[in-house]
Design a protein around this ligand. Structure first.
Ligand code: NAP
Length: 279
């Protein structure tokens, strides 16, 4: 297949490396000419351009730009790609993307590979990023089942475990397991950093070890990611944050009341639930 990739960063670049290794012809489009040059040097693409016109014979285009650019990109692309070509995206939020893109272009299918690293840009692209990862597609009533079938085959060829779900269900689920943890973790770091006693603060900073490293990791990352989550998945994130706030309030109430039985029950319940989410 001739496959176009728009946005040659971590996700787009990694896709290019894997798809080329399977003998697909990969055409890259990115904003900056130097990114195209580097993508060619790294073997991420067969050819590249800063113009969408380069995708005029693509069978399939994967939009790997920041989320806010997905809808405007699909709007431009629909007049460029051959009739019937599939357009998909990799955005981490689906509700605000899938509906307008499906209206703009009938062969659009929303997608989200649950894979990534903390790095960004073309230098972060790596082989086998999608191996063993869940790849979610979010078809709606208007989506062509044949398009989903083709994309499913392609994602499986990357070693991904494919699942389908509705866009709004996807967004609530990622709010729980991906977006809420960023704000919980950021709040933790801030609360610790706000201790008014400089001696305590200094000691806490020296004592912080693996537990704090684990719980602060996602909140101490790139602020743009958290902003993206809040802006593009606002409703689902607020719902998760409010529910989390209630849990914290209940912990506070149990500790204030010295209700150790309730506290023990809840901590045991959390211990039992964790393996349902992660090994
Ligand atoms: P990234 O590494 O920052 O790459 C984004 C690329 O988009 C940049 O390299 C940039 O290319 C290009 N770009 C920016 N503006 C553009 C424009 N106007 N036109 C064309 N290209 C443009 O970001 P990423 O992590 O790959 O994320 C890309 C998408 O994947 C996002 O929608 C994100 O939600 C989704 N996603 C990310 C992860 C993750 O863990 N990072 C996981 C799953 C899904 P230039 O170098 O040319 O400026």
């Amino acid at each position: 297949m001739e496959i176009g990739i728009i946005g040659l960063g971590l996700i787009g670049g990694s896709l290019g490396l894997d798809l080329r290794s399977q003998s697909h012809k990969v055409i890259g489009v990115s904003r900056r000419a130097q990114t195209i040059e580097r993508a060619l040097e790294r073997g991420v693409i067969d050819a590249g351009s800063t113009e969408f016109g380069a995708l005029s014979s693509a069978d399939l285009v994967v939009v790997c730009t920041p989320i806010s650019l997905i809808v405007p990109t699909v709007k431009c692309l629909r007049d460029v790609v051959p009739p019937g070509a599939i357009i998909t995206d990799v955005g981490s939020v689906k509700g605000r993307v899938v509906e307008p893109c499906t209206t703009l272009y009938p062969h659009f299918v929303g997608g989200h590979p649950m894979a990534g690293t903390a790095e960004q840009g073309i230098e972060a692209a790596q082989r086998d990023l999608f191996q063993g990862a869940v790849y979610a597609f979010t078809p709606v009533e208007e989506t062509n089942p044949k398009d989903v079938e083709i994309l499913t085959g392609l994602a499986r060829s990357l070693g991904s475990d494919v699942m389908t779900c509705a866009p709004d269900i996807h967004d609530q689920a990622v709010a729980w397991i991906s977006h809420l943890p960023v704000f919980v973790s950021a709040g933790l770091i801030e609360a610790c950093g706000l201790d008014v006693d400089p001696i305590v603060l200094q000691l806490a900073q020296r004592l912080a070890s693996s537990g704090f490293r684990d719980t602060s990791r996602v909140g101490g990352g790139n602020p743009e990611l958290g902003m993206m989550m809040a802006q593009h998945n606002r409703t689902a994130l607020l719902q998760s944050l409010r529910s989390y706030q209630q849990q914290i309030a209940q912990f506070i109430a149990a500790i204030e009341a010295k209700d150790w039985v309730q506290l023990q029950t809840r901590l045991a319940q959390a211990q039992k639930l964790r393996p349902d989410f992660v090994d």
